[in-house]
Design a protein around this ligand. Structure first.
Ligand code: NIG
Ligand code: FE
Length: 410
């Protein structure tokens, strides 16, 4: 079945050749076609171009006058599967406690882990699927989801099985990351080696056997997992074929970037605190730096130095970090707006970072992230807007008319 979208005011992020990512000064360039058509066959983009060359017919035709089309957002870093919320800690922070102080009192990740351990797999699925549906309506058409609120063998497997079930029941690409190394459970507080041993020798073999994850992550941070711990965990993951995508440099720079690169990480995520050596280390690697501006916003911590990263010729991706503690929002429109407003990215840079570079950071470059023949027909049809710059400019508004996944409006 063919679907033809006509009179598109501007077709955005058109890439004739399927380039995998954009870096440095190239991020300023966002290729578009004005007054365009887009032709789909079933779930795939098969043609596009100027309205002067519009095909004469199709099974279905949709008139897009005044509206624009861009690829759906590629959210390469989320923790969408969680139980309950942490609203009380939000209020505690308003009243003066820091994120670190809350964690040190047994709150934070351990609080979410306790809730998740007490929640049934079915209930966890219900809560998580609602969040997934919400972000899809906000324009997300490919997503990565992490475990890491289980912290026991059973609860980590429960989270990963929920991610698997989401993948089976929803049509967007979903990638799973094993994040057993998210925090040390209280009972291992004085036996960190014991918990790392549990991750490596009990969790990893089971996850690999059930084929529950493609990526491995660790929270490499002062007070969480050291560079040496991270090194061991990534090394063990590699034995099971898991590619690293790693939480680094959120609060301190301790060598997380370097250890991730050592293990050929697909991405290094957070990067709120970066020194010159961290930026230098990323040059010439295949590792995608990923910024999470909604986390900086919610926790009032520094924003990733996007300009310095791009000036070094590096690529940059944007993602939400949707999770109950540091970023209870999965809205990529807000991420793009905040990247422009707070990180001084141009709309072109931010849209590149949230689409094609986000796809790269999930190993999905062949499927999504641009309007390219052969890619999945996952795209956003905007409301009537004057220019695509309205997406970050009118921050807080959702300028989406409809979201198409596999060629169908959801
Ligand atoms: O990416 N920093 C580590 N993990 C999450 C937040 C965890 C939490 O507070 O629940 C993040 O920000
Ligand atoms: Fe995260």
């Amino acid at each position: 079945m063919t679907t033809l979208l006509i009179n598109i005011k501007e077709l955005i992020q058109v890439r004739e050749n399927n380039i995998k990512k954009v870096s440095g000064a190239d991020m300023k360039v966002l290729p578009t076609i004005k007054n365009a058509f887009l032709l789909l066959e079933d779930d795939t983009i098969i043609d596009y171009g100027s309205m002067e060359n519009v095909p004469s017919s199709a099974d279905t035709t949709i008139d897009c006058t005044g509206k624009m089309i861009l690829p759906t957002w590629c959210d390469s870093h989320t923790h969408i599967v969680y139980a309950g919320n942490r609203e009380q800690e939000f209020v505690d922070r308003i009243n003066g406690l820091t994120y670190e102080e809350i964690a040190n009192k047994g709150g934070g990740i351990l609080n979410s882990a306790k809730k998740l351990q007490e929640t049934s797999e079915d209930d966890l699925y219900e809560q998580s699927s609602k969040r997934l549906e919400e972000v899809m309506q906000l324009g997300t058409g490919a997503v990565e989801i992490k475990s890491g609120y289980g912290l026991t063998v059973e609860a980590e497997l429960k989270m990963l099985r929920v991610i698997k079930k989401l993948r089976e029941n929803y049509k967007l690409p979903i990638k799973a990351t094993f994040l057993g190394a998210h925090a040390f459970p209280t009972e291992y507080k004085n036996n960190k080696e014991g918990y790392i041993d549990l991750i490596i020798n009990a969790m990893l073999p089971k996850i690999a056997k059930e084929n529950l994850a493609e990526f491995i992550d660790a929270f490499c941070e002062t007070g969480y997992f050291s560079v040496e711990d991270t090194d061991k965990i990534l090394e063990a993951g590699k034995k099971y074929g898991l590619t690293p995508k790693v939480h680094v440099n959120q609060f301190t720079t301790i060598g997380g970037v370097q250890v991730s690169i050592k293990h050929d990480a697909l991405s290094v995520d957070h990067l709120e605190v970066m020194n010159a050596e961290d930026i230098e280390a990323l040059k010439g690697t295949k590792t995608m730096p990923v910024a999470l501006p909604s986390c900086s916003y919610f926790l009032s911590i520094p924003y990733t130095p996007a300009r310095e990263i791009m000036n070094a010729g590096l690529p940059l991706a944007l993602a939400t970090d949707f999770n109950p503690g540091s970023t209870p929002s999965g809205n990529m429109n807000f991420v793009v707006a905040t990247a422009c407003i707070k990180m001084k990215m141009t709309p072109e840079e931010a849209i590149n970072a949230a689409t094609i570079n986000g796809a790269y950071a999930m190993n999905l470059s062949e499927e999504v992230g641009s309007i390219t023949k052969g890619k999945k027909a996952n795209f956003i049809l905007t409301k009537e807007i004057l220019s695509y710059g309205a997406i970050p400019y009118n921050f807080g508004s959702v300028l989406i008319d409809s979201v198409f996944i596999n060629g169908k409006a959801i």
